[in-house]
Design a protein around this ligand. Structure first.
Ligand SMILES: CC(=O)N[C@H]1[C@@H](OP(=O)(O)OP(=O)(O)OC[C@H]2O[C@@H](n3ccc(=O)[nH]c3=O)[C@H](O)[C@@H]2O)O[C@H](CO)[C@@H](O)[C@@H]1O
Ligand SMILES: C=C(OP(=O)(O)O)C(=O)O
Length: 432
């Protein structure tokens, strides 16, 4: 297996470019299977392990999927299988996003039930509740969720108990081909939801209000393949912004849309980091004197849980006590124990992590427990004394393209090597 070795101490400098957003491209790819005529062409597709996995899911269902660098060609005009087995959902829970599109197009879908993962239990009850409201009959058993609609799905009024990103996406897709109008309330408002709605509308759909808490979808009879550019990845952008700040560097993150990063920019400025905003990029200038902060993760536009671990590394350099509360996932603090192996002064109290800074981190052997934990351990390695070795890189590869090369381009002392003696802890179990 591969491992990453980081030697701390270099200040980062220069420009780094972000990719298309993982969390936007995955639902857009699953929406493309609703195109019963015409081919879909997606541009700015990040070449990530998760994109390969969703491609395998679609191929299993007889969709024709080809990738040429950052362009993805999808042809779903032919009859498709309406089943996806456990091996795909095991690798990536976003596979469950084929449920809405398949049910809407064929009146049937059978998808392996996603289990829990390192960050929490992650049920899909809100997805299923919405599909039932649209007239689907849903059965859960033997590790699968199977949904039937004897006729077309029917537009409905749906109130989500929590603004779930995945449920908003699955139900928006299902409603796009349903008969009549669907009104969804308490929807997720993430930029990736807006990107999906724009894509569906280009396909011939009628979605209004994406990006607000009420989305209205007027169902249409068919959708067609179109060309679409994926929005930039705000989480990758935010990760590099922290990399610039933590090393007391001066970097430009190209492709960062400041409007998508309001909560991170506000928190970093509160800590004393200088941030200059441009239309399509941000400049981050570090400081020696970071102030502590309190953070609470929340659905967008609140502070994203997907940046919690990365910003926590920055608080370890702050002068004072920071309190970081995680309200979205019940178990998203597994990186804290790894930080402690690096002499980080952090502890968990209930749903909060308390970080006492500043600490001089020490290089150590650490293991990534999930995607963003992987990134945060590498960030910690950038400022630790000596060498930090990070393993379990299959998590990192789900969401970051050429992370090591991009950090090298900014001046970090980092390399990725193959070590035949490193065995993956979870190569045999669910990896997301
Ligand atoms: C591929 C993708 O876009 N992944 C993102 C998406 O995940 P995902 O779509 O899985 O996240 P959700 O917004 O659905 O989940 C948020 C919370 O709601 C709970 N919940 C969700 C659905 C449901 O039916 N019942 C329920 O209880 C979950 O367990 C979790 O505690 O949004 C998360 C929250 O911003 C991000 O961390 C993930 O990076
Ligand atoms: C939790 C994440 O992704 P997923 O929902 O795909 O597991 C993430 O991107 O940080």
């Amino acid at each position: 297996m591969d491992k990453i070795i980081v030697s701390g101490g270099n200040r980062l400098n220069g420009t780094v470019k972000v990719e298309g957003a993982k969390n936007a491209v995955l639902p857009v790819i699953t929406a493309s299977i609703m195109a019963s005529e015409g081919k879909t062409v997606l541009e700015d597709v990040p070449p990530l392990a998760d994109v390969d996995t969703i491609g395998e899911v679609l191929r299993y269902m007889d969709v024709d999927v080809k990738r040429d660098d950052r362009t993805l060609y999808i042809d779903a005009e032919q009859e498709l299988k309406t089943v996806t087995p456990f091996e795909y959902v095991r690798k990536m829970r976003a596979s469950v996003l084929v449920l809405g599109p398949l049910l809407a197009r064929y009146g049937h879908a059978k998808v392996a039930m996603p289990g829990g993962c390192a960050i929490g239990s992650r049920p899909i009850d809100q997805h299923l509740k919405g599909l039932e409201a649209m007239g689907a009959k849903v059965e859960v058993g033997n590790g699968y969720v199977e949904a039937f609609a004897s006729d077309r799905l029917q537009g409905a009024r749906i109130y989500l108990d929590f603004p779930s990103v995945g449920a908003t996406e699955n139900l928006m897709m299902a409603a796009a081909l349903a008969e009549g109008t669907t009104v969804m309330e308490n929807c997720a408002r993430e930029p990736e939801i807006v990107d999906l709605a724009n894509f569906i509308n280009k396909m011939g759909g009628k979605v209004i209000g994406a990006g607000t808490e009420t989305i209205k979808i007027e169902g249409v009879e068919t959708l067609k393949g179109v060309t679409h550019n994926i929005i930039p990845d705000r989480i990758e952008a935010g990760t590099f912004m922290v990399a610039g700040a933590i090393t007391n560097g001066d970097i430009i993150v190209e492709g960062a849309i400041p409007a998508h990063l309001r909560s991170l920019i506000a928190k970093m400025k509160e800590m004393g980091v200088q941030i200059e905003e441009f239309d399509n990029s941000v400049r981050v200038i570090g400081t020696d004197l970071l102030k502590p902060i309190d953070i609470k993760t929340l659905p967008y536009p609140g502070f994203p849980t997907d940046l919690q671990a990365q910003l926590m590394t920055l608080t370890m350099r702050a002068h004072g006590t920071s309190v970081i509360s995680e309200t979205v996932f019940e178990n998203r603090f597994m990186h804290v124990d790894e930080f402690r192996r690096m002499s980080g002064n952090a502890k968990i109290e209930g749903r909060s992590a308390i970080v006492d800074g500043p600490t001089q981190l020490q290089g150590a052997e650490v293991s990534a427990t999930d995607l963003r934990a992987a990134a945060s351990l590498i960030l910690a390695g950038l400022i630790a004394d000596g060498h930090t070795t990070v393993t379990e890189l299959q998590h990192l590869d789900r969401g970051y393209v050429e992370f090591v090369e991009k950090l090298q381009g900014l001046g970090a002392d980092i390399e990725r090597v193959n070590d035949p003696f490193v065995m993956s802890e979870d190569s045999m179990v669910q990896s997301n």
